[in-house]
Design a protein around this ligand. Sequence first.
Ligand SMILES: *Cc1c(COP(=O)(O)O)cnc(C)c1O
Length: 376
Amino acid sequence: MPRMFLSPPHLSGEEFELVREAFDSGWIAPLGPMLEAFERAFAEMSGIRHCLALSSGTAALHLGLRMLGVGPGDVVLASTLTFVGGVAPAAQLGAELAFVDCDRATWTMDPALLEEALETYAREGRVVRAVMPTDLYGHCADYDRLQEICDRRGVSLLVDAAESVGSRYKGRHAGQGARAAAFSFNGNKIITAGGGGLLASDDGALIAEARRLSQQARDPAPHYEHSTLGYNYRLSNVLAAIGLGQLRALPGRVERRREIFDEYREFLGRAPGVTSMPEAEWCRGNRWLSVVLLDREAFGLGPEEARLALEARDIESRPLWKPMHLQPVFRDARVFGGAVSEELFARGLCLPSGTAMTREDVRAVSRVLLEAAGKG
Ligand SMILES: *Cc1c(COP(=O)(O)O)cnc(C)c1O
């Protein structure tokens, strides 16, 4: 039996033909027809008007924050239960990061705590330049509530939608309606371009300027003229071909991830002490990863013991993201709340969720857990 990975790439077969087309066209470069087609296809799929394909989701968040004017002296409020790639750019731009806990119902940014955080900074006379909620494991944050709170204070919402490609919030695609949203096509995400990301916004001027900055910020001139500094952040035309093939397979991938989640619930759900990640009624997430909470007393196995039992069978599983406010690098950062994400981190486990898994694979993973817990 080969090792079972948490979320490996899953190719549809169409990608190779598109990569060959990219080769035949001669555009082996960070520009070209596949890149344009990929951006158009993503805009059509997501309903977000303007899309800029980039070398990573981290680059997309970096450019997004830069477009919002984030810099030294500003505060950026981010979800604490997230991946470091989403928040590092804010610190690298010189802003002060502060973290907001999630709520129990959605595992995403708690609107009441966001309100408290904004109030606190307003009282202190500090400028909060951006609010950056993470769509955790494909579950959308409660955009409408967060947006309304941000609007009252004139703060921009930048959604870290790296994990929620294909997810829906009240029928809209993840990230739609925010000032901007960033997506990731890293190898372990629901679809991949072999690495890559994308910044999307309905604001054409924002994306046009981000596009200029992503290509070393050239001013219009025949020679190289620069009045500001940018980045080399564009996605390769060859990788965009992979992304385009993957995008065509996305609807089926979302269905399969949701099925895998349901299969885990079917095989594990009756065991005492096992609960699955919730889903709000206004969200239809992509279930990027199937996550369970294990109660050691009731189930007979804590998440770390469960992980080791799976590892012994060459099955990869992982703890949830370790909250940012617990990270040594952010030891001095402020946090609003924190107990909910600490508890989720202590009790949660991400199970193999790759879309190439069969129902029998899901059953096999579940059986290892039940046997290790003495419930087999
Ligand atoms: C994957 C991920 C990122 C970073 O995306 P990359 O494409 O790997 O740079 C950022 N935020 C979150 C929440 C992610 O899961």
